[in-house]
Design a protein. Structure first.
Ligand code: HEM
Length: 127
C-alpha cells in the first residue's frame, strides 16, 4: 500500500490505528464494562490487563503486544511497547484514537529500544 500511495508505512500504520480504535471499542459487548475507564491512561492499562488477555483466550494464534508499565503520575505515563510484529505506529494511532475518545490531549514521544523497533518506549504527557 505504501508503494501504491507513496505514503510511508509508519504514517499508514498510524492512521490505521487512529481509525480502527472506534471499531475495536464498538466491538466490546455491551454487558462488558470498559473497565470503568474514564481516561486514556486507565484504558491503556485495561487493554494490557484485560482486553488483550481476552483476545488471546478467544484466538489462540493471536499475538497482541505486551505493555510494560515503567512509571505513571496524573499527567505522565511511561511504558514499553513490545511485539515481534514491530507495529509501534499502529500503537501510536490507537493511543491517539483512545485520547480522542476520552476528550483528552496526549502528547506521545516514541524512543525505539531495539534496532528492529520490537521494543519502543512510549512517553505520554497529558496536556
Ligand atoms: C489504547 C488501546 C489499544 C492499544 C494501544 C492497542 C495496541 C495494539 C497493537 C499495537 C496491536 C498490533 C499488533 C502488535 O503490535 O503486536 C494490537 C492488536 C490487537 N488488538 Fe489491541 N490495542 C488497543 C485496544 C484494543 C481493543 C479495544 C481491542 C478489542 C476490543 C483490541 C484487540 C486487538 C486484537 C484482536 C489485535 C490483533 C492481535 C493478533 O491478531 O495477533 N485492542 N493492539
Amino acid at each position: 500500500m505504501s508503494k501504491k500511495t507513496n505514503i510511508d508505512p509508519a504514517t499508514l500504520q498510524q492512521v490505521f490505528g487512529q481509525t480502527v480504535f472506534k471499531t475495536l471499542l464498538n466491538s466490546i459487548p455491551e454487558n462488558a464494562s470498559i473497565g470503568s475507564s474514564v481516561s486514556t491512561f486507565q484504558f491503556i492499562r485495561h487493554v494490557e490487563d484485560y482486553i488483550h488477555v481476552e483476545v488471546k483466550k478467544l484466538y489462540s494464534d493471536a499475538e497482541p503486544p505486551k505493555f510494560h508499565f515503567i512509571s505513571e503520575t496524573e499527567t505522565d505515563m511511561v511504558m514499553d511497547y513490545q511485539s515481534a510484529r514491530c507495529m509501534s505506529h499502529v500503537c501510536l494511532g490507537l493511543i491517539e484514537g483512545c485520547a480522542e475518545h476520552f476528550g483528552e490531549s496526549v502528547k506521545v514521544e516514541m524512543t525505539p529500544q531495539t534496532e528492529d523497533s520490537s521494543v519502543v518506549r512510549f512517553n505520554l504527557t497529558l496536556a
